[in-house]
Design a protein around this ligand. Structure first.
Ligand code: AOF
Ligand code: ZN
Length: 359
């Protein structure tokens, strides 16, 4: 299963929005007969890749065990059911990390395998597989992406000086690491404030990618300038969420290749919860947020943030701009409670992954 999890990691971000799944076929002595991982959407799943690999090696898989990091599918999607392919090949036993939360599968894959006389075990590798597919699980179960808010700050939690200067607080290694997190996301989100102040590209430059994640801009009043640097990234979809109609502004943005989506909420602002549902509908599993104090605060206060990816530089900036607008609070009890998932050194900086408890 460890090898299957390693294979699953190779499906990043190729398989997106399909889950990252790995499969190893092994005989009773644990000898590997075939290996595979999920290909691009519409392409073969991990199990089919492993069966093909075994065939290419001339290995006999009858009576073998399939180790797979997610329940083999039972449905006819863009590809045929993997459990039928495993049964047809004579696989005797399936060890799977997790049940597939996709309502089209959800236990039916296991049931079909058992009905065909295949022995089924579930559990090994569950935690790792779930972490790898945290966005897929979120989209399938909640109907919204997993929302990860990225921040670079000083040790005293400041993301900019009082005069607005913010480049660069963290070092090269943290920047490259941040790009690797952008690369695994189904989309990157920012706000109009950041677009107007920083004019960022918000693409993946420091990691190898087959495709640039779509960029989402929360721009209630359609103020994104046609000259913004974000339009200079070739073949990268830009989705602008607005609250008000403005035919001229919309036409200008569409001529730059952007898609404009209207989702009016309270106070002339974009309905952020509705936006997340819309993004799930577009196949976004993990949403990587790089926005400012205000939008970060709105997302958090509406309960839409799942975790924080914070890079902390070993420096103090004094009073400036905080990470997220939640205050001022009157009571310590009112603090937003988080759990640390991991703390790592990245170059000269720290990377802290912290999660809202229960997510
Ligand atoms: C598997 N093995 O490697 C993956 C699975 O449209 P399709 O046919 O590609 O089906 C996509 C669904 O298949 C996806 O939503 C998830 O439920 C399952 N993914 N299943 O047996 C795999 N990636
Ligand atoms: Zn499948």
């Amino acid at each position: 299963m460890r090898r299957a999890l390693e294979l699953a990691r190779q499906a990043f971000p190729l398989s997106d929005p399909n889950p990252r799944v790995g499969c190893v076929l092994a005989d009773a002595d644990g000898r590997v007969l075939g290996e595979g991982f999920t290909q691009q959407p519409g392409g073969p799943h991990a199990e089919v890749m492993a069966l093909r690999d075994a065939a290419a090696r001339g290995a006999d898989v009858r009576g073998a065990t399939a180790y797979v990091t997610l329940e083999p599918c039972s449905h006819h999607g863009r590809t045929g059911p993997c459990c039928d392919a495993l049964v047809a090949a004579g696989i005797a036993r399936v060890v799977a990390s997790l049940r597939d939360p996709n309502p089209l599968v959800a236990g039916q894959g296991f049931a079909r395998l058992q009905a065909a006389g295949v022995q089924v075990e579930v559990g090994p590798g569950a935690q790792e597989s779930r972490e790898m597919n945290i966005g897929f699980f979120s989209r399938m179960i909640r109907g919204t992406p997993w929302v990860r808010l990225k921040v670079a700050a000083s040790l005293d939690g400041q993301t900019a000086l009082a005069n607005g200067r913010s480049q660069w607080i963290t070092g090269d290694a943290a920047r490259a690491d941040g790009h690797a997190w952008r690369a695994r996301a189904g989309a990157i989100l920012t706000g109009i404030g950041t677009v107007l102040e920083d004019d960022p590209r918000l693409d993946v430059r420091e990691a190898r990618v087959a495709r640039q994640p779509p960029l989402v801009v929360v721009d209630s009043r359609l103020q994104t300038p046609g000259s913004a640097a974000l339009f200079q990234v070739p073949d990268r979809p830009v989705w602008i969420y607005a609250a008000r109609h403005d035919a001229a502004a919309e036409a200008a943005l569409q001529s730059r290749g952007a898609t404009v989506v209207h989702l009016p909420g309270d106070g002339g602002k974009v309905d952020l919860a509705a936006m997340l549902r819309d993004l799930a509908g577009r196949g976004v599993n993990e949403l990587h947020v790089e926005a400012g104090f205000k939008l970060n605060g709105s997302l958090l206060r509406e309960g839409l943030v799942d975790e924080f990816l914070v890079y902390l530089a070993p420096k103090l900036l004094g009073p400036g701009q905080g990470m997220v607008n939640i205050g001022p609070l009157q009571e310590l009890d009112a603090a937003v409670a988080l759990e640390f998932v991991s703390v790592d050194r990245v170059g000269a900086d720290l990377r802290v992954l912290a999660r809202i408890p229960g997510r």
